[in-house]
Write a protein that binds this ligand. Structure first.
Ligand SMILES: [Zn+2]
Length: 235
């Protein structure tokens, strides 16, 4: 419970003195805050180091060793950095990593390569050719449809699989790569589930947090047969 004690009349002169003092430092504070915001919105030295140190196949963070990264909510990238070389590198290396036969995922989030930023790749099973698409500062604005209980795994949680309840429809928004403004769309079915899984990563949430049940891979073959929603054959 939050409790705020009302100010007494006798306190007013002291409160006014504090407010006057605050007025005096406000301009300095604003300048400092703007400077800090400007510095913070750029890529950090650690992020630059990760991006430059790795080859095109990046190290994939795993829960057992990298929980500090995987459990930290990710920061926005912002329109100012949309055309930065660092974002282009992150985009290319994340795609190479998720498509590598050693990973073979259908989506990946930046925290999974050690970068706590709101960027994801999603394989669009709802589009012809099932292309991978990249989204920056992506958010799920609202959800709908029936709740689907389906199978999931995660590159960062080997060797487990689980049954996870997800919404059948999501309304997502993200930064338009051309205009820098926000674009939005509605996604349904299996691709909507991938969006939910990857956006969860950006909030420090893993599928095992939401799962009805979790299995080691050996028990998975039998379990998967019980579920049959809109999903690719290879599940
Ligand atoms: Zn995952």
């Amino acid at each position: 419970m939050l409790s705020i004690r009302p100010a007494r009349i006798a306190d007013l002169p002291r409160i006014m003195t504090v407010l006057e003092a605050a007025k005096g430092i406000s301009k300095i504070s604003i300048v400092l805050l703007l400077c800090l915001a400007g510095c913070y919105s750029g890529w950090t030295p650690r992020e630059r180091q990760i991006l430059s140190a790795s080859d095109s196949l990046m190290y994939v963070t795993v829960l057992q060793a990298d929980s500090a990264i995987l459990r930290t909510p990710s920061a926005e990238i912002g329109a100012r950095l949309l055309r930065s070389g660092e974002l282009a590198t992150l985009k290319a290396k994340m795609l190479h990593t998720v498509m590598d036969p050693s990973q073979d995922g259908v989506g990946i989030a930046a925290p999974q390569v050690g970068i706590n930023r709101r960027a994801i790749w999603v394989q669009r099973f709802d589009k012809p050719g099932e292309p991978f698409e990249f989204y920056v500062d992506v958010r799920i604005d609202s959800t709908g449809g029936e709740i689907l209980h389906g199978p999931e795994g995660c590159l960062s949680v080997p060797p487990m699989r689980g049954i996870v309840p997800r919404h059948g429809i999501v309304h997502v928004s993200y930064l338009d790569p051309d205009s820098g403004g926000r674009a939005s769309e509605t996604v349904e079915g299996y691709t909507a589930i991938i969006f939910q899984h990857e956006c969860d990563h950006l909030g420090g949430i893993l599928y095992i947090d939401r799962a009805d049940s979790v299995f080691v891979s050996e028990a998975w073959a039998a379990e998967r047969e019980a579920y049959n929603y809109d999903r690719p054959e290879w599940w």
